[in-house]
Design a protein around this ligand. Structure first.
Ligand code: HEM
Ligand code: HEM
Length: 171
């Protein structure tokens, strides 16, 4: 008998993949320290802020009940999946905000599509503090988490053969 799979709404699926590409692009275009001050990485800022803009409708869709729930019968596994997704969501919000804050502390203006955004913090002398360090570490952590998350999805798809990837398919 063909298995019926609860799919995520198309809007959520589209946002998922555009966000994944933007996170990867933001990571690849990231720079640290003096390079940021001398030549602000506008591509990094723009892709990073796109992640923040996209997380809002995504959360609304999820909170309104859109999106299939993890369907593991084993409660601890379902809880671990929910916690993993929750952590990814937390980083999708915290990363752009801490990056914007760090840029402001470095006295670097954040410009997106020619538009100047307001500074989130006053400029500081020397190295910016803990928020900037958090941003740099979390910027790599999200990639590791997303990698593990992708491996889990592939394991479900090709070892458990439960059609998990089809839940995130646009077709
Ligand atoms: C930075 C990259 C990524 C982030 C931040 C991310 C984040 C998320 C989040 C938060 C969810 C929960 C559903 C939602 O609210 O949208 C999810 C679901 C999912 N993701 Fe990702 N993801 C990323 C990359 C990937 C990649 C590369 C793959 C595949 C190889 C993948 C496959 C899936 C699948 C299949 C689901 C649905 C799981 C289910 O409903 O049981 N994701 N992702
Ligand atoms: C998902 C989004 C983002 C990811 C994955 C990310 C990732 C990173 C990473 C890995 C670094 C360290 C680079 C290095 O040291 O070589 C970094 C640095 C930085 N990012 Fe982001 N970033 C994101 C969003 C943003 C946004 C939206 C802004 C500003 C509007 C921003 C501003 C900065 C600044 C100013 C630095 C330099 C911090 C320092 O040198 O102390 N980032 N980012």
């Amino acid at each position: 008998m063909p298995q019926t799979i609860a799919r995520h709404p198309k809007a959520l699926v589209a946002i998922h993949w555009v966000t994944a590409a933007a996170v990867l692009g933001a990571w690849a275009s990231a720079e640290g320290g003096r390079a940021v001050v001398q030549n602000p990485p506008l591509v990094h800022f723009t892709l990073g802020l796109a992640v923040l803009v996209l997380v809002l409708p995504r959360l609304v869709l999820r909170l309104r009940g859109g999106g299939a729930q993890a369907d593991s019968q084993f409660r601890p596994l379902a809880a671990a999946t929910a916690a993993g997704h929750g952590l990814l969501y937390a980083l999708l919000i915290a990363l752009p905000l801490t990056g914007w804050y760090a840029a402001s502390q470095m006295g670097v203006g954040v410009q997106v599509l020619g538009l100047d955004l307001p500074a989130l913090a006053a400029p500081v002398q020397g190295r910016p503090g803990a928020i900037a360090e958090f941003h740099e570490s979390a910027g790599s952590l999200i990639l590791v988490l997303a990698g593990l998350h992708a491996l889990m999805a592939l394991w479900h798809q090709f070892v458990l053969r439960d059609g998990t990837l089809r839940r995130m398919s646009l077709r």
